[in-house]
Design a protein around this ligand. Structure first.
Ligand code: FUB
Length: 326
């Protein structure tokens, strides 16, 4: 990047929830494509009425950002009816896989997968969502140690994670009381076909420095949505949004399942209600891809993707970025 601390990547359409990966020596970004669908605001996030995905690429951090156009449309996904929320992508054996959450005809979120021959798509969706998946915000992580891929997911409130607090779906939208353990993000290894889960979905536990699970009332630290995993210097970093306190936080562990110990804040609140990110290494530097609502004047569901360099200290902690910096 040049002298600027945060680079605004896309201005001709609204984009959010950027998942960045390096494929074939280029950066590919898989964001949500924000639109104003004319749906009134509510706590359920129904106003996030996205209908398709565009994929973007850059050959250099300062380089031109190419919009590769429509990669997948809700109209082409047999099981999905609305709300194409935060996606992610992965590659294996020459194929590319786009993972995405959407609501079905009963307004229940599941996670789907679509297959392409190129990183930018187009992607052909599977006829049904991934069996055993639920809620939102898929993030697919290639474990450099084992060579296996893991699917992380989950999101509270509009993302419906609280409906699975007993382990199976229930309409009850209440959260655990403040003193109970916080609800966890979910993780499961993917099969080699990249289309199905290889095991039962597990809880991803975040503990404090004393080893105690974070509490549901600990809104400044507990997981809300926007899971991401990366490895730096052999340590696993699980990062996420705290939702209603608008922080991007991280916790570290020694394997893809955890437990993870809470370490701190990566980015303070941005303009807009949501905050969502990915972390990606490119040419020896590490970058935070994120979004805010500055371009739309603060409209919460009309966001724009951005990039900022992140720095690690000697002890592996991450320097906190100011979400309001220019
Ligand atoms: O973009 C819709 C939802 O907003 C995402 O799935 C959440 O992570 C939040 O960014």
């Amino acid at each position: 990047m040049g002298n600027e601390k945060i680079r605004h990547l896309v201005k001709h359409i609204y984009t959010a929830d950027p998942s960045a990966h390096v494929f074939n020596n280029k950066i590919y970004i898989y964001p949500s494509h924000d639109i104003d669908a004319g749906i009134p605001f509510n706590d359920n996030g129904d106003h996030f009425g996205m209908q398709d995905y565009h994929v973007f690429s850059m050959e250099a951090i300062d380089g031109e950002v190419i919009d590769h156009g429509n990669a997948l449309d809700v109209a082409d996904v047999p099981w999905a009816k609305r709300q194409m929320w935060a996606p992610d992508a992965a590659t294996r054996d020459g194929k590319y896989y786009l993972y995405f959450p959407a609501k079905d005809e009963n307004d229940i979120f599941y996670i789907g997968v679509a297959i392409g021959d190129r990183p930018e798509g187009p992607f052909i969706p599977e006829a049904k969502p991934i069996e055993g998946s639920f809620s939102i915000d898929p993030a697919v992580f290639l474990d450099p140690k084992s060579g296996s891929h893991y699917l992380y997911f989950g999101g509270l409130w509009g993302g419906q994670l609280q409906r699975y607090k007993t382990g199976k779906y229930e309409e009850d939208d209440s959260e655990p009381n403040d003193h109970a353990p916080a609800l966890c993000a979910k993780v499961a290894k993917l099969k080699d076909d990249m289309l199905s889960l290889d095991e039962e979905v597990k809880d991803l536990l975040i503990v404090d420095k004393f080893g105690n699970p974070l509490k549901a009332g600990d809104h400044n630290r507990r997981f809300f949505e926007a899971a991401w995993m990366h490895v730096y210097n052999g340590t696993y970093y699980f990062s996420y949004s705290t939702g209603n306190t608008h922080l991007l936080c991280y916790a570290t562990g020694d394997n893809p399942y955890g437990p993870f110990t809470y370490r701190g804040v990566i980015m303070t609140p941005v303009v807009g209600w949501t905050t969502h990110h990915s972390i990606c290494e490119f040419e020896g530097k590490w970058y935070l891809f994120h979004h805010d609502s500055k371009l739309s004047g603060g409209v919460t569901h009309l966001r724009s993707i951005k990039i900022a360099e992140i720095k690690y200290r000697e002890d592996g902690s991450i320097e906190t970025l100011d979400g309001m910096m220019e």
